[in-house]
Design a binder for this molecule. Structure first.
Ligand SMILES: *[C@@H]1O[C@H](CO)[C@@H](O)[C@H](O)[C@H]1NC(C)=O
Length: 436
């Protein structure tokens, strides 16, 4: 090997020596004439893109996320240090209206984006000229929301004359684990949230195979709907919780065996998901119970906790089974290591510990390692967008110097869809005891 892998360092080596010498001279001169505050010297060093205590000439990315109902920004460096972050959540507003109204979300993004980006930059202590690039979610998501983030970013890119890195929201979720853990490609990822449900094999920074996805709604959406139907917001213990959290909380007190629910799609030997059917089954059960208990819609059933326990268990079993099949498929095709495979679970629903236990039973049975990013990185955030920018910079993938013709894409699949191939393999999943 003639070219060492750390070729950059060698290229810059004479330059670094030169800068160091100049800094030494200037530093001495400055010290002779007026004692500089540490801050001033730091500022001086920074103008050379030199951070005290960190690597020379390292990359720093500003990430901006507005694909749904959170306005978020963060500044992350090459080593995964989060230098600054800020987020404005619209959840409270949307809770009141019972769901996200896109023009309302758009207006809130408009009102907050500048402040949030400024806060993230200020917290990072770097000046915008030091950024290596700006990375922004451009797909998939709500059109009106994506539009706000994109047009703001393009203005910034134009002003600062920085490269632009368009980001795929789901890819960013999938790669977040590499910021917190040392995870090599390939690995399997399960994204479960209020808006997403998919299983994918991650083979590289922009190399994904989609194994399966929800054919209707996402599990978080279903759990929220059930919680709303059960009026859990009126339950004294759940009044401040999101629907999903309320179900998880009440389920601990319930007995799931009081209701007999079957996981959906038992006969379909693929990795797709479905939650609408289950939701209808639960609606029927609730109606029946309301009749039996002689209470009106909107009052709390005495069996609410049992229903919560049953729906959570059925959801967990469904998700676990599809994931189990995905692991077996990948191993059968040698797409994943036989003994060191990693399953990453992310998205808001990943913080449900019951569902996580169910997945742990699967990973234990298949000699896989189960990893989840910390909760604040599981939900939408700016850090994962900035980190995806870093990943792309390092891989030299999708960095644009010309932003002409850049558009947002509300709908955009993740990777290459091989779900048909998965279905054709018709893998039978061995039964596991779901004793959680
Ligand atoms: C999985 O295996 C680990 C280690 O053997 C064990 O501690 C854990 O309880 C198991 N998890 C489940 C859900 O069975």
């Amino acid at each position: 090997m003639l070219i060492p892998s750390n070729v950059c360092f060698y290229n810059y080596f004479p330059g670094i020596i030169y800068i160091l010498v100049i800094m030494l001279i200037l530093n001495k001169t400055v010290q002779v004439f007026f004692k500089p505050s540490k801050r001033k010297v730091d500022g001086f060093l920074r103008s050379f893109n030199f951070h005290p205590g960190t690597l020379f000439l390292h990359k720093i990315v500003l990430g901006i996320e507005t694909s749904c109902d959170d306005t978020a920004a963060a500044v992350v460096d090459e080593t995964g240090n989060v230098l600054g972050e800020a987020i404005h959540s619209q959840t409270e507003v949307h809770l009141k209206t019972g769901g996200i109204i896109p023009p309302v979300a758009q207006q809130l993004h408009r009102e907050n984006i500048q402040r949030i980006v400024q806060e993230a930059l200020c917290a990072s202590g770097i000046c915008p000229s030091e950024l290596s690039a700006i990375a922004t979610t451009i797909k998939p998501g709500l059109a009106l929301s994506l539009g706000v983030g994109l047009s703001f970013s393009l203005q910034l890119v134009d002003q600062l004359k920085k490269p632009f890195i368009p980001i795929h929201h789901m890819e960013a979720h999938a790669l977040t684990i590499r910021l917190t853990n040392k995870v090599e490609f390939p690995f399997l990822v399960l994204l479960i949230s209020g808006g997403h449900c998919l299983l994918a094999l991650v083979r590289g920074v922009s190399d994904f195979l989609l194994l399966g996805k929800s054919l209707d709604i996402a599990p978080g959406d279903m759990l929220d709907k059930v919680a709303r139907r059960l009026s859990l917001i009126k339950h004294p213990e759940c009044s401040t919780m999101s629907g999903g959290k309320a179900i998880e909380h009440l389920a601990k007190q319930g007995n799931r065996f009081h209701f007999d629910m079957n996981p959906p799609m038992q006969r379909a030997k693929n990795c797709d998901f479905s939650f609408t059917g289950l939701q209808h089954v639960i609606d029927k059960i609730i109606m029946q119970k309301e009749k039996e208990e002689g209470i009106e819609k909107g009052q709390i059933l005495s069996s609410a906790a049992d229903i919560a326990a049953a729906v959570q268990h059925t959801t967990a079993c469904h998700i676990a089974k599809r994931t189990h099949r995905a692991i077996l498929f990948c191993k059968q095709r040698d797409l994943l290591s036989q003994s060191n495979a990693v399953l990453v679970v992310s998205g808001g629903v990943a913080s449900n510990l019951y569902i996580r236990r169910a997945l742990e039973i699967v990973t234990n049975a298949t000699q896989c390692t189960l990893l989840c990013p910390p909760p604040r990185l599981c939900t939408d955030n700016g850090i994962m967008i900035a980190w995806n920018g870093i990943e792309r910079l390092r891989a030299g993938l999708g960095i644009l110097d010309n932003i002409e013709g850049i558009r947002y894409e509300p709908k955009c699949p993740l990777g290459v869809d091989i779900s048909k191939e998965v279905a054709e393999a018709a893998i039978k999943v061995p039964r596991l005891k779901m004793k959680i």
